[in-house]
Design a protein around this ligand. Sequence first.
Ligand code: ZN
Length: 116
Amino acid sequence: MRIYKGFSGGLFYFVLLNFVKVIFTKMKEVKCEHCKEWTDGNLKICQHCGGILNEKYLVEKEEQEKVETGMKFPLIEIDENDPILLKMGKYVVRAGQVVFFAIVTAVAYLAAGTVG
Ligand SMILES: [Zn+2]
């Protein structure tokens, strides 16, 4: 009886775990913009037609990065492969930099307003 209870409990968690797994896998599925089929969002290319996934998104991201570098904000680079603590430290430094540049911009704006 005890063994049976333990088994059904284990089975319950096994089913629950798989259910959660399926949901997470489904969430990562994306619709291919080339062939309109659902494909694995973790991949860079479509499993059905081999087209590049999120092409539009990637282009937009690239454009955005170009604009950001064009602004010459010397923000600290955060590497995706950095250890979590280093990443957090960098985020703090970045926040400080953003605040600093916001103040500098505000002062510059006010100064320009006073002169003009
Ligand atoms: Zn496709």
